[in-house]
Design a protein around this ligand. Structure first.
Ligand code: ADP
Length: 240
């Protein structure tokens, strides 16, 4: 599971992690945007809330996630969860859905707020496949997606007002999950400042270190920081 502020690079890293570990990437934001696009009953209900940057109800979200993780690919391979849980109540509901197993690890991608604000202002996304671009790193041809040829636009919830609301909700509703998972020894913190490839390498290294520690037989309850990652403000580059 991946946590991080809006613009921290969750979507970008989850796509890469899903290729690396060959597991499905389950993104509640992407599922909801697909529902909006197809004008399904869920999409019609979700659209206005999403455009304002509000959170949808926990029951709707968890029903959608419950159905998705019950599909054969997720059952067979596991999955990377992006955008859920976003509240402590969702985390409890997720634990119930997954029992008797539990999520393996939560990665918290850490990026200062000033930097995510800069990234979000320039973020552009493909309306078909969700690939991320920015005004500094646009698609090669005329705002059509390099991957699928879809139209690349600014997300309707990347307005200043909706961004402010989403960051506020993140701080109050979602950030408490960092301590929640840390207390369960399920948290890995990763510096998210840097190019997407640099951040990906950090995440994979942290996950591998954690897995090796578990295989080494140390208690799941014992907490020890992963090897410290030097801050790398100079390797900026487009992300998220
Ligand atoms: P971001 O992290 O940039 O806000 P997402 O793509 O993850 O974007 O989500 C877009 C919107 O979808 C959210 O602002 C919210 O309205 C809705 N949403 C996504 N996931 C959840 C969730 N777990 N709980 C409630 N609402 C959600």
């Amino acid at each position: 599971m991946v946590l991080g502020k809006q613009g921290a690079g969750k979507g970008t890293q989850c796509v890469r992690l899903s290729h690396h570990f060959v597991v499905p990437h389950i993104s509640t934001g992407e599922m909801l945007r697909a529902a909006v696009k197809s004008r399904s009953p869920l999409g019609l209900k979700a659209r206005e809330m999403m455009d304002r940057g509000e959170l949808l109800g926990d029951d709707i979200i968890m029903e959608m996630v419950g159905q998705r993780i019950a599909e054969p690919d997720a059952r067979a391979r596991g999955f990377i969860l992006d955008g859920c849980p976003r509240t402590t109540h969702q985390a409890e509901m997720l634990a119930d859905l997954l029992a008797p197993i539990d999520i393996d690890l939560t990665v918290d991608i850490e990026v200062p707020t000033a930097q995510v604000l800069r990234r979000l202002a320039g973020r552009r996304v493909c309306t078909d496949c969700g690939a991320n671009y920015s005004v500094d790193a646009p698609p090669k041809v005329n705002w059509t997606c390099d991957m699928c040829g879809g139209e690349v636009v600014q997300r309707p919830d990347d307005t200043e007002e909706a961004i402010r609301r989403r960051l506020d909700l993140y701080e109050h509703e979602t950030a408490p999950l960092i301590d929640w998972y840390d207390a369960r020894d399920q948290l890995v913190r990763v510096n998210g400042v840097g190019s997407p490839d640099v951040v990906l390498r950090r995440i994979i290294r942290s996950l591998e270190q954690r897995q090796a520690r578990r295989r080494g037989g140390s208690s799941r309850r014992r907490r020890r920081p992963e090897s410290p990652e030097p801050a790398s403000p100079t390797d900026g580059g487009p992300s998220n």
